[in-house]
Ligand binder design. Structure first.
Ligand code: RRO
Length: 352
C-alpha cells in the first residue's frame, strides 16, 4: 500500500486545517461516494481522506439520465444532486467511527438554507460520536435549475458565512473538524479579490476546495447530432483535463490572497501524480480526483501516490511543504523543461 512513508524517507503527509492526512489524495465530492458501498471502497483505497456526495436533508433522485459523460479529455455532468439524504450519511459516519483509518469529510448542500441549518445543528451535537473530521459546504453546484451558485452571489455568500459563524459549529475545535467551502471557478481578478475579502472576515473557515465543475458546458455527439447528456438542454458542469489550467489558477490566486491562513484542496483534471504535483506547486495542500476516479475506480489512488512519490524522489523532495506554493515566476522563459512528460496535458512548447 502506498502510504506516507517508504524506504526513501519521503513523506506524503499533509494537513487540511488541523486534520492530518497520510497522503494528499481524496475523491472529489460526487465521484464514487453516493452509497455506503462506494464510501467503503474509498475507505479501503489508498486515498488520504474521503468525502461524501453532497448531502441534502432529504433523499433526492436527481436529474433524468443520461446525466454523466466522460471521454479522454473531459467530463460533463448534470446529476442534479442525487443523494441518500442526511440520515443515511450520518448513520454511515457513526458506524465508520468504529473502524476509522482516515478522515471522512461530509459535503453539505447549501441549496436550502433552512435544511443546511438543520444539518449543522444535528452535526454539532453528533460529531464527537461520528467519524466526521471535515465539513465542506458546497456553494457552487452548477446544476440546480432555477438556482444560481452562491459562490457567484456575494451577498448570499456573506450571509451564509455569517450563519456559520454564529452557529454551534463555531464552538467546535479545529482539531476535531475542519470547515471549508467548495468554490465556484472564478475567471476575473476582481472576483478573486471580492470573494477573498468576504471569506477573510470569517476565521473559522479552514480550507477551500478549488474548483467545482465549470458550469454550463455543452458536449455534442456530432454523429448523432445530439448532446451527450440529457438534462438542461445538454448543458452541465465540466471537469477533466480541460479544466486543469483554471483549477490551477484558482488555487494559485487564492493562495496568494489567503497565505497560510486557509488551506486549499486543488480539484480539476487530476489524472496523474504530475497533475497533483502541479496543484501542490500552485499552493494546494491536498488534491481531489473526480473524472479520473470515475474512469479508473478507487485503485487510482495507489497509482497517484506512487507517481507523486517518484516525482518527489526525482526532484529530491522529502515532503509536500518542500515545494508547496513554490512556483518560480522569476526565470520564466522559452526553455520549458519537458523531462517529466506523463502529464495528462502532455505539453510541448509552441513558439509564437
Ligand atoms: O449533483 C450535481 O449535479 C453536481 C454537484 Br452537487 C456539484 O457540486 N458539482 C457538479 O458538477 N455536479
Amino acid at each position: 500500500m502506498a502510504s506516507s512513508n517508504n524506504n526513501n524517507n519521503i513523506s506524503l503527509e499533509t494537513y487540511i486545517g488541523n486534520i492530518k492526512l497520510d497522503n494528499p489524495f481524496l475523491n472529489a465530492s460526487g465521484c464514487h461516494c453516493y452509497s455506503d458501498k462506494e464510501l467503503d471502497d474509498l475507505n479501503k483505497s489508498d486515498s488520504g481522506a474521503f468525502i461524501t456526495k453532497t448531502i441534502t436533508m432529504d433523499i433526492r433522485k436527481g436529474n433524468p439520465e443520461p446525466r454523466y459523460f466522460h471521454n479522454a479529455h473531459l467530463s460533463i455532468n448534470s446529476m442534479g444532486l442525487p443523494n441518500l439524504g442526511f440520515t443515511n450519511y450520518n448513520n454511515y459516519a457513526y458506524t465508520y467511527k468504529v473502524s476509522r483509518v482516515k478522515p471522512l469529510f461530509f459535503s453539505i448542500s447549501t441549496m436550502n438554507i433552512d435544511n443546511t441549518k438543520q444539518m449543522i445543528e444535528n452535526l454539532s451535537i453528533t460529531y464527537l460520536d461520528s467519524g466526521i473530521k471535515g465539513l465542506e459546504f458546497n456553494i457552487s453546484c452548477p446544476n440546480i435549475i432555477g438556482k444560481g451558485q452562491m459562490g457567484y452571489d456575494m451577498e448570499q455568500l456573506n450571509d451564509f458565512l455569517k450563519l456559520i459563524s454564529i452557529s454551534p459549529l463555531n464552538n467546535i475545535s479545529r482539531n476535531d473538524i475542519a470547515i471549508g467551502l467548495k468554490m465556484s471557478p472564478y475567471f476575473d481578478n476582481y472576483q478573486f479579490n471580492q470573494v477573498a475579502d468576504i471569506i477573510k472576515e470569517y476565521p473559522r473557515i479552514d480550507f477551500i476546495t478549488c474548483i467545482n465543475g465549470i458550469g454550463n458546458g455543452l458536449v455534442i455527439d456530432p454523429i448523432r447530432e445530439q448532446s451527450v447528456i440529457k438534462p438542461n438542454s445538454g448543458c452541465g458542469g465540466l471537469g477533466g483535463s480541460i479544466v486543469k489550467p483554471i483549477g490551477l489558477s484558482n488555487v494559485k490566486k487564492f493562495k496568494a490572497l489567503f497565505g497560510e491562513k486557509i488551506d486549499i484542496i486543488g480539484c480539476g483534471g487530476v489524472s496523474t501524480g504530475l497533475d497533483a504535483f502541479e496543484y501542490i506547486l500552485s499552493g494546494a495542500n491536498a488534491v481531489s480526483v473526480g473524472t479520473q476516479l470515475m474512469r479508473e475506480g478507487p485503485h487510482v489512488f495507489n497509482r497517484l501516490n506512487e507517481e507523486l512519490m517518484e516525482i518527489m524522489e526525482d526532484k529530491e523532495y522529502k515532503k509536500i511543504t518542500d515545494y508547496k506554493n513554490k512556483i518560480n515566476f522569476n526565470n520564466v522563459n522559452n526553455n520549458v523543461n519537458t523531462n517529466i512528460s506523463n502529464s495528462s496535458l502532455d505539453y510541448s512548447l509552441t513558439m509564437c
